[in-house]
Design a protein around this ligand. Structure first.
Ligand code: PHE
Length: 458
């Protein structure tokens, strides 16, 4: 007997599940540091333009492919065109690369949470704390980043192995609005720090001189990452979506939610960062990196009334947001193994977790004991982030555009979208998927390669 594919029971159910996967460390940890690094308001503007054109196009295409084929990405691409079967595999490689280092950052979040719970938030706000912690230079077992990474992987494992995602999702549905409100409060407070207004200007006002192809490059990579695009995940989500769900609406909702969250995270962090660096935006740009959220927010909490409590709640909520994302990442890999290797769910999960531990260990130690090894001149975590966001995802996105725009034709997607309602931005979709998106993606890939070869520099 053929098994019926289960569906999300409500429209909101779909949006919330997809948003749970989309909203995570990408919004809270990755977006603010890229925005700070790539010119503040200029990055913001480019990001928003890309989100409503490019992000919209790719997300609607992926969800429609999933809903039409009722398959996850490996089968779905093959069903659209035999020759594109490999694309499913390529897309599936992305979560394999991201999950391990995602868990490393998840571990950092757990560590900061514990520091705040135990009343050590003040210590975590120290200038060199983050660098020393991630470089594994702090004394004592409980200061080793490896312990926290392993703890996060176990946390993730417990949820996936015992199938309690439903529980986590329920909790996070209640917690997400709390996180939004708390973030608004924190952002509001950040803006009262002396000097923060200059930071607000830096964050919101675009300046032409800050614009370069690298701004577009960084914004595009961030878009893929944050909206869980170009890695097959939205195809899988779409395959569970009911036919009467108005596709364009849902996509708009996910996009607004995800982007809104990222903007808010930036608002919490960037003005405060500029204030702390005495208004020196050149310094801000130079020093913004993977440690930004961890460096700036404890300082904000430290100066706030009830900062210890607020910090505790905040890191707890970040942990939840990270978990809903890493669960969806892990699930994707597990389901591929179950489908393709015909092994049970338990052994597949255990296998994936061992792989995550092994690969993640490189990222976890890459700022400390392993810092002598620098693939492409980067620490391991940055290297994996680069390979997935700047190389693999643009390739997957490019080939998806070619497949949809020129091989099966945009009508396939349009018909699927229109089975459940109007497609208002149809014209935009067609032009984007056929011409603008693939050309831009090629330019981006070309730039990356030139950068890699050392022909141009950032
Ligand atoms: N989009 C998630 C985030 O912003 C990351 C993620 C990517 C989650 C891929 C699931 C799948 O953190």
């Amino acid at each position: 007997m053929k098994k019926e594919r289960s569906s999300f029971t409500s429209r909101l159910g779909f949006v919330l599940a997809a948003a749970g996967s989309a909203v995570g460390l990408g919004n809270l940890w990755r977006f603010p540091y890229l925005a700070a690094k790539y010119g503040g308001g200029t990055f913001l503007l480019v990001y928003i333009i890309l989100a409503i054109t490019f992000g919209f196009t790719l997300m609607i295409a992926e969800i429609a492919i999933g809903r039409n084929t009722r398959l996850s990405c490996i089968g779905a691409y093959r069903k659209l065109d035999q020759r594109f079967g490999f694309l499913g595999w390529l897309a599936s490689l992305v979560p394999v690369i991201i999950t391990p280092y995602y868990c490393v950052i998840g571990g950092w979040v757990v560590k900061y949470l514990v520091e705040f719970v135990t009343g050590n938030g003040l210590q975590a706000a120290g200038d060199s704390y983050f660098a020393s912690f991630t470089a594994a230079q702090l004394p004592g077992v409980f200061n080793s980043p490896v312990i926290w990474f392993v703890l996060y992987v176990l946390l993730n494992a417990v949820v996936v192995l015992f199938g309690v995602e439903k529980g986590i999702e329920k909790v996070s549905r209640v917690m997400m609005p709390v996180l939004v409100i708390l973030s608004i409060v924190i952002a509001g407070y950040s803006l009262t720090i002396p000097g923060a207004m200059d930071g607000l200007k830096y964050y919101l006002l675009p300046r032409m001189e800050d614009f370069s192809i690298f701004t577009v490059l960084a914004a595009m990579g961030q878009l893929f990452y944050s909206m869980s695009l170009a890695m097959g995940i939205m195809i899988t989500y779409g395959s569970y979506m009911q036919k009467d769900n108005i596709l364009e609406h849902s996509v708009t909702q996910i996009e607004v939610f995800d982007t809104g969250f990222a903007l808010l995270a930036g608002l919490m962090i960037i003005p405060a960062m500029v204030a702390f660096s005495g208004g020196d935006t050149a310094l801000v740009r130079e020093s913004a990196g993977a440690g930004l959220m961890f460096g700036v927010l404890p300082k904000v909490f430290e100066s706030m009334m009830f900062g210890g409590v607020i910090g505790t709640i905040f890191f707890l909520l970040v942990l939840l947001a990270a978990l809903t994302s890493s669960i969806s990442l892990t699930e994707t890999i597990v389901s591929i193994l179950v489908d393709k290797l015909h092994i049970g769910r338990k052994p597949a999960t255990v296998g994936v977790l061992l792989g995550v531990l092994l690969l993640g260990l490189l990222s976890c130690l890459g700022y400390g004991p392993l810092s002598a090894i620098q693939p492409l001149g980067m620490a391991f975590l940055d290297f994996f982030d680069f390979i997935s966001n700047s190389i693999l995802m643009p390739i997957v996105a490019f080939l998806t555009c070619i497949l949809v725009g020129h091989v099966v034709g945009p009508k396939f997607i349009i018909d699927e979208v229109e089975t459940s309602g109007a497609f208002h931005r149809k014209k935009l979709f067609v032009v984007m998927i056929r011409w603008i998106a693939p050309v831009m993606l090629l330019m981006i890939l070309g730039t990356e390669i030139l950068k890699f070869l050392g022909v141009i520099s950032v």
